[in-house]
Design a binder for this molecule. Structure first.
Ligand SMILES: [Zn+2]
Length: 406
């Protein structure tokens, strides 16, 4: 009887711990992907507000600063921004930004009406400045020559799904991705108003640590990028899964390890400029702080896309560091009580902030969860759509247990 009671109480406590950290993470995701943070990008100081939020969270959770109360690692880079509303009309019908179309991230400013022509119907010498060319991705008959023509001012790509991005430059030719289903058959005229501005942007990585119990000068490093795509005019790209969820997981682990320090110190690095080309992590690895040099990093875990998990977890660099991948599988538990159903073992990839660290000799994994959530770099990656499941809590426990095995 007693042992059954113990088991029940223990499992009750565990379930409570899990639901508590899931609620904490959900609240963090709700906050960071709210309109207050403007998509954590380059309009309305969105990424700066997010950096301040993370700094405050570090202080509340007991994550210390490396330098006199300063958690910010400053960096600058150029980025193409869309500070004003964009407008698009096809044959007099207005399309909805974000829903029907997106601007090419490197679009220049443009205010003009064009006649529409399928790309294969025009030869380069017949191209005129008032012609917009339609490139339908289902026809593979792109003319590269005409795409490169200096006379081309507007390129239209029909897409099955809209996936936005960030550019650090401006192109001469504007481009639009329009949803296939929003494109009227036999469209003749297209009017566009785009206001873009290439700006020098000031951002900050937000970095702190929790001291270890015995091996204090060696760090396990947890990283997550907090920037997203920001805004395209008035349209917000909230970035709930990408990557409010990774920041939430990182802060959740900080809450745990500040109460239960492990033998190594743990550093927490929230990166800026990931979507613009891994810029925050690149600049850190080019110029690391003396207090957190690369050679003192025992192992790095980068967290990005932590909102699902029902199909398991992908592990980038698993094939590079098989001993650590074995430890991860060990942490996942015995056959009958696994945290996650599967791992996807991957090789090297430059697809998130772990990349520059590993290139410079730091061992590390990039974890992302796999599941049915399909919203990526679009206006539907919202906290309303991203409801954390039990797999969030299981992933938390898996990463915690893996850290304890390192
Ligand atoms: Zn991401």
């Amino acid at each position: 009887m007693r042992s059954i009671l113990f088991v029940l109480v223990f499992h009750g406590l565990l379930a409570n711990l899990q639901s508590q950290n899931r609620a904490f993470a959900q609240k963090t995701i709700d906050t960071l992907s709210s309109s207050y943070f403007s998509g954590r990008g380059y309009v309305n100081d969105g990424d700066y507000m997010a950096a301040r939020f993370i700094q405050k969270s570090y202080i509340t959770l007991g994550v210390r600063a490396f330098k006199n109360n300063d958690y910010f690692y400053p960096l600058t880079f150029y980025v193409n921004t869309f500070p004003k509303a964009c407008r698009l009309k096809i044959d007099g019908k207005t399309l909805v930004p974000g829903t029907d179309y997106i601007l090419g991230p490197a679009c220049p400013s443009l205010k003009k009406t064009f006649s529409v022509h399928p790309s294969q119907s025009i030869s380069p010498e017949k191209l005129k400045p008032n012609m917009a060319l339609l490139f339908d991705t289902s026809h593979k008959s792109y003319s590269l020559e005409i795409e490169k023509s200096s006379k081309l001012a507007l390129k239209i790509n029909l897409q099955k799904k809209l996936t936005w991005n960030v550019a650090t430059h401006q192109d001469k030719c504007a481009s639009l991705d329009i949803l296939k289903t929003s494109w009227p058959a036999n469209a003749k005229k297209i009017s566009v108003t785009i206001k873009s501005s290439l700006v020098e942007h000031y951002a900050n990585n937000v970095i702190g640590y929790i001291e270890g119990t015995t091996i204090k000068d060696t760090f396990i490093v947890l990283t997550a990028h907090y920037d997203h795509l920001g805004m395209m005019g008035k349209t917000i790209f909230p970035g709930a899964n990408d990557n409010a969820s990774g920041v939430a997981m990182m802060l959740d682990l900080a809450a745990y390890f500040s109460k239960n320090p492990c033998k190594y110190s743990i550093a927490f690095m929230a990166f800026a400029g990931e979507e613009a080309g891994l810029i925050g992590s690149k600049q850190y690895t080019d110029n690391p702080w003396d207090e957190l040099p690369l050679e003192k990093m025992k192992f790095l875990i980068n967290l990005d896309l932590m909102g699902s998990g029902e199909k398991g977890m992908a592990v980038v660099n698993a094939t590079l560091f098989p001993d650590y991948f074995n430890k991860l599988q060990q942490a996942n538990g015995a056959q009958d009580k696994k945290y996650l159903p599967a791992f996807k073992s991957r090789g090297k990839s430059a697809n998130s902030d772990h990349y520059w660290f590993v290139e410079r000799g730091v061992k590390g994994f990039f974890f992302y969860l796999m599941g049915n959530y399909s919203h990526y770099h679009d206006i539907n990656d919202t906290s309303k759509n991203l409801i954390l499941s039990e797999y969030y809590a299981k992933s938390f426990l898996l990463i915690r247990d893996f850290i304890l095995l390192i």
